[in-house]
Design a binder for this molecule. Structure first.
Ligand SMILES: *Cc1c(COP(=O)(O)O)cnc(C)c1O
Length: 401
C-alpha cells in the first residue's frame, strides 16, 4: 500500500504534477510533507513560518512582493497549506477556510442562485443538512435528500435546475458508501457539479477528483488536522477556472483560515498517511471484536464483506477508514456504553489521534431529529484513534459488559 503512486498530481497552477528528480511522480507521503513547503528563501527554515501579519509593504503602488497585499486575500502560511491540499487531492486549486462549514457555505454561494436545486445525501453530516435546510433554503435554494448509495435514485432526483450533487462517502454516522464515478456521470449528464465531502476518508484513502468529482470539501478539523487542536475547512477544485471563482468568493466573503490555524493544519497533514494506516488497522481489530460481541446488534463498517457498499468501497478506497458505528439493543444500552468507556473519550468530532465515542442521536446529529436524516437511537459512533489496539479493545469490552 505504501507503494501506491500519487496518480496524476497537478500542482497549484502548474497543471502537470509534483515531480521529483528525473520526472518521477512522487508518493502521497512525499507530497504531503513537501508540497507548498519549500525551505524559507530568507532563512532556510524547513517549515513554513507562521506569517502572523495582516498587511505587506508595497514596492511602489501595486508593487506586490509575491502577490501579497492583505492577509484576507492571501497569506504565505495559508498559501503553503492551500498548495499542499491541492496536491494531496490532485486538484488544480486548494483553498483553506476558517471551518468546514465556512468552506461549504462559500461553495454553495459561489455556485447556486435562488431557484437552483441541490441533491444531498439522505444521511448527510448534520451541519451540512442544517446549512441547506435553515440557511440556504430561506434564500431560495431548494434541496432533496437522496439515498446516494443508489445511482438510479440520483437519476430520478435530477432536475433541470440541479446545480450540485453533494456526496459524502463514507457517510456520517451510518458509514454508507456511494459510487463516486457513477454519480459523477449522472451529475455531469445534467450539467451539475459533483461535490464530495471527503472528510471521513481523507485524501490518503480516497481521491474523488481522480474519480470524476469537480470539487472536494474537507473539514480539516478532522483527519487532516488530526490532533483535535484546530478547526478548519477546505475546498479543492479539479479545474482552475472553477478554482478561481471559488477563490474570488473566499476573498469576497472572508471566512479564511488564519495563519496559525493554517500552520497547525499543515503540520497535521504531514503525518496523515502514517496516522491513517494506524487508524484503519485499529478500526479493523475493533470491528472484529464488535461483530462477535453478544451485546452488539450490528456493526456498520465498509470493510465488512456484508456491508452493502463493500465492493464499491474496495474499488475507490485504499483502506476502509477509522470510523466505526454499531447498534445496541436499545437507546439506553447505547447511552450506557458511551458513558462507560475510559480511554474512548465521550465527545463530538472525529479524526484525532485520540479515540472518541459518541451517541449521534443525542449529540452530533441531534439537529436532524424529526427530519429525514434522523439517526437510529441505538447507534454508537467510534472515532478509532491511534493508541495501542489492545488498550482500546480492553476499554470497549469492559464498557460493553
Ligand atoms: C465536521 C464535519 C463537517 C463540518 O466541518 P467543521 O470544521 O466542523 O465546520 C463537514 N462534513 C463532515 C463529514 C464533518 O465530519
Amino acid at each position: 500500500m505504501d507503494n501506491v503512486v500519487h496518480q496524476g498530481t497537478r500542482g497549484q497552477g502548474t497543471g502537470d504534477g509534483r515531480q521529483g528528480n528525473g520526472g518521477r511522480r512522487q508518493g502521497f507521503d512525499t507530497v504531503a510533507i513537501h508540497a507548498g513547503q519549500e525551505p524559507d528563501p530568507t532563512t532556510g527554515a524547513v517549515v513554513p513560518p507562521i506569517y502572523q501579519v495582516s498587511t505587506y509593504k508595497q514596492d511602489g503602488i501595486g508593487g506586490l512582493r509575491g502577490g501579497y497585499e492583505y492577509s484576507r486575500s492571501a497569506n504565505p502560511t495559508r498559501t503553503a497549506l492551500e498548495v499542499c491540499l491541492a496536491e494531496t487531492e490532485v486538484g488544480a486549486r486548494g483553498l483553506a477556510f476558517a471551518s468546514g462549514l465556512a468552506a461549504e457555505d462559500a461553495l454553495l454561494r459561489a455556485v447556486c442562485r435562488p431557484g437552483d436545486h441541490v441533491v444531498i445525501p439522505n444521511d448527510a453530516y448534520g451541519g451540512t443538512y442544517r446549512l441547506f435546510a435553515k440557511v440556504a433554503e430561506p434564500w431560495g435554494v431548494v434541496f432533496d435528500p437522496v439515498a446516494l448509495g443508489d445511482v438510479d435514485a440520483l437519476r430520478a432526483a435530477m432536475r433541470p435546475e440541479t446545480k450540485i450533487v453533494w456526496v459524502e462517502t463514507p457517510t456520517n454516522p451510518l458509514l454508507g458508501i456511494a459510487d463516486i464515478a457513477a454519480l459523477a456521470e449522472v451529475a455531469h449528464d445534467s450539467g451539475a457539479l459533483l461535490v464530495v465531502d471527503n472528510t471521513f476518508a481523507s485524501p490518503y484513502l480516497q481521491r474523488p477528483l481522480d474519480l470524476g468529482a469537480d470539487v472536494v470539501v474537507h473539514s480539516t478539523t478532522k483527519y487532516i488536522g488530526g490532533h483535535s487542536d484546530v478547526v478548519g475547512g477546505a475546498l479543492i477544485a479539479s479545474d482552475a477556472e472553477l478554482g478561481e471563482r471559488l477563490a474570488y468568493h473566499q476573498n469576497a466573503m472572508g471566512a479564511v483560515a488564519g495563519p496559525f490555524d493554517a500552520w497547525l493544519t499543515l503540520r497535521g497533514i504531514k503525518t496523515l498517511g502514517v496516522r491513517m494506516d494506524r487508524h484503519c488497522a485499529n478500526a479493523e481489530k475493533i470491528v472484529e471484536m464488535l461483530v462477535r460481541h453478544p451485546s452488539v446488534r450490528g456493526v456498520l463498517y465498509p470493510g465488512l464483506p456484508d456491508h452493502p457498499g463493500h465492493d464499491v468501497a474496495a474499488k475507490q478506497m485504499r483502506a476502509f477508514g477509522g470510523m466505526v458505528s454499531f447498534r445496541m439493543e436499545s437507546e439506553e444500552a447505547a447511552v450506557r456504553v458511551c458513558e462507560a468507556t475510559e480511554l474512548f473519550t465521550l465527545g463530538e468530532s472525529l479524526g484525532g489521534v485520540e479515540s472518541l465515542i459518541e451517541h449521534p442521536g443525542r449529540m452530533t446529529h441531534a439537529s436532524a431529529a424529526g427530519s429525514p436524516l434522523e439517526v437510529p437511537a441505538d447507534l454508537v459512533r467510534l472515532s478509532v484513534g491511534i493508541e495501542d489496539a489492545d488498550d482500546l479493545l480492553h476499554d470497549l469490552d469492559r464498557a460493553l459488559s
